[in-house]
Design a protein around this ligand. Sequence first.
Ligand SMILES: Cc1cc2nc3c(=O)[nH]c(=O)nc-3n(C[C@H](O)[C@H](O)[C@H](O)COP(=O)(O)O)c2cc1C
Ligand code: SF4
Length: 307
Amino acid sequence: MKLFEKIRLGNMDIQNRIMFPPMQKRRRDHYYINPKDCKDFYVNLAKGGTGIIVVEMTFINHTLPLLLGMFDDQHIIEYKNMIDEMHEKSKVKVFIQLEDALPGLCYVDEAPEDMMELFYQNFMSASVRAKKTGADGIELHGACSNLSKRMSLVKRILTGMREICGKNYPIGIRIDASEFIFNETTMNRTIDIIHELSKEKIAYISLSGGKSVKKEERVYFTESIKKITAEYNVQIISTDNASKYQLAESKLQCFDSDIVEICRAILCDPEWPLKTKEGRFDEIKKCAYCNRCMDSPIKRKPTTCRK
Ligand SMILES: Cc1cc2nc3c(=O)[nH]c(=O)nc-3n(C[C@H](O)[C@H](O)[C@H](O)COP(=O)(O)O)c2cc1C
Ligand code: SF4
């Protein structure tokens, strides 16, 4: 089972090729939520055998309320408590997804110069804090956006993060693939973006499958990606509906995906990795892909499987 083979990511070994991607958990009635509200969820998830967990969208500034934040030094200790326990109870590697609240990577090319500078500085301060939490790496949230329009800013942020966190500290990025967002993100453009980002010495690029294309046309299935990854030491991570072991395994065996992200299926059964590894397939609580959990953040309810 390739899914359970170790893999090297940046400077570290990961116990298997399963990543739990960022997933917003709870919104509460105070300004930003505290990781202690999410601690039980993440510790339990870690115990289920997932190789890497990316802690959900964590904001570098406090423009948006009711979400996790990394804009104040007090956040360091809160995250550290949670991450220490995840490390204590399992072999999981923990990344934190950093995101700006406004104007967002989606719109930032339209922002005035001084705002761009503030945005850059906020990313740098949040990266320093994120590293101090004991997180094994950082993921830059670049999805829901056409990165080709703002590549120079993204590159500047990635370079800054590397300088500030050290060249061996793993930094990944999440991007959309062939989503045709604003009718602009096509397959070829996605491949160009992957090429540009690969030059930035990042540890991984996490790619969605692309909503508007047939399964066999998804970007991580293309020869061009294989050529890029052969040239640069960047791991490709694929997302979408890998609910069944065979599906996840086939992405690793047949296509150029190095790690598979599994979100809803693991939300449904956090022990999915352990049970799959031990062949206890009948014991897995199966995700129905009904998307009721997706309503949770909107309704400001804790995100759980609500099947
Ligand atoms: C409730 C919920 C919250 C999510 N929050 C985030 C998020 O904070 N950041 C992000 O990049 N993706 C987020 N996603 C998208 C997931 O990371 C993942 O890409 C998506 O669920 C597809 O994977 P799956 O088919 O394995 O579920 C969220 C998904 C769900 C269901
Ligand atoms: S609510 Fe539905 S989509 Fe979400 S984890 Fe549960 S079964 Fe899967």
